[in-house]
Design a binder for this molecule. Sequence first.
Ligand code: ATP
Length: 277
Amino acid sequence: MNVVDVAEPKLARAVPKLEARGLYKQFYRGSSRMDALYDVNLVIQPGEFVAVLGASGCGKTTLLRIIDGLEQATGGELLIDGNASRGTGVDRGFVFQQDNLLPWRNVLRNVMFGLELQRRPRAETKAQAMQYIDMVGLSGFEKHYPHELSGGMRQRVNLARAFTISPDVLLMDEPFAALDAQTREVMQTELLRIWRQAAGGRTVVFVTHQIDEAIFLADRIVVMTARPGRIKEVIDVPFPRPRDLHIKRTAEFGEIYDSIWKTIEQEVRVSMGMSTS
Ligand SMILES: Nc1ncnc2c1ncn2[C@@H]1O[C@H](COP(=O)(O)OP(=O)(O)OP(=O)(O)O)[C@@H](O)[C@H]1O
């Protein structure tokens, strides 16, 4: 009798885009030490949209800066595509809370800036910048200077610039925090549209204080503890894509919101030195 080997082929496991293994971060001021992050473990797959929520000062920005390579962890390891990270790289783009546009450059030249730093051919740089200016809905404003734009438009230029350099990983630190509530909602929808449209399914790590923003945008939400920040809970967001703003008004959205708020409220109380009972 022939014996056929029917052992199941081993499932090929995707290499995570980002992996934090036991990350610690301590800051020193003179002789005093401050623990910002404590044993952070997190795996993020390619193309995932992950939101990070947590009380003020719990270490969200620090985590993002370590992923970007702007800051070095005191302990633990950060792997990118399975390899130890070695500082900053063009594979990661950072979008800050305040747009950091250059006031003496118009919209087109601001969007071209990141590519110019990469010394790409000028024609290619301009064509790519125009494509993303169009994608963020600012065609016709190429020659405008930052002071001639609204806050929402400036943040869209910021997004176009971040997407233009085609980073595999987009790190966003409360990018819409300075916007009014209506503009923020429009920008959330725009971000999802651009994220879907931009080729290659970029991985996004998005820090926010807004629970509804996190639920609306993310595949998974990471809730951190009060400082020193650890991962307290990771929540899978069940809403299919593409998403519409109306999901924010559904009962399911409200239930997820309430449950996350309960988790965060405890940590906010801890961070403020209040009772958690
Ligand atoms: N360069 C630094 N030197 C010293 N302490 C720092 C430095 N950067 C951050 N910290 C401290 O580390 C802690 C975490 O800061 P971080 O900015 O990461 O928090 P956060 O969660 O992003 O806060 P927020 O939500 O208020 O923006 C804070 O207590 C902060 O004061």
